[in-house]
Design a protein around this ligand. Structure first.
Ligand code: FES
Length: 97
């Protein structure tokens, strides 16, 4: 499945990958990272396409989203997103308008 971040194609992502593990690549598309373990919330993004192919948020991610006032269906912490399946053609996220 293809990963697109802020309109930039990052590349193919496989089942089981945690986006935090490729934060170096994703940073190049303008996403800011801090802790990379779901605590700080700076990597919050909107999932534009492919949310159904991402694992549900963990308790840590949900807690952080609540704390920073970003708890919403398609708002996620980029660093905490894990690919659940590759059946979606694209996973697209954005942190910029
Ligand atoms: S970088 Fe801190 S929550 Fe993602």
């Amino acid at each position: 499945m293809k990963l697109i971040v802020n309109g930039k194609v990052i590349g193919e992502v496989k089942k089981g990958l945690k986006l935090g593990d490729i934060h170096d690549e994703i940073e190049k598309a303008g996403v800011e990272f801090g802790c990379t373990d779901g605590q700080c919330g700076v990597c919050v993004c909107t999932v534009v396409r492919g949310l159904e192919c991402v694992e549900e948020p963990s308790e840590v991610e949900e807690d952080t989203l609540w704390r920073i006032g970003e708890y919403d269906e398609n708002r996620r912490l980029t660093c905490q997103m894990v690919i659940k399946e590759e059946s979606c053609p694209v996973l697209e996220i954005k942190t910029e308008d």
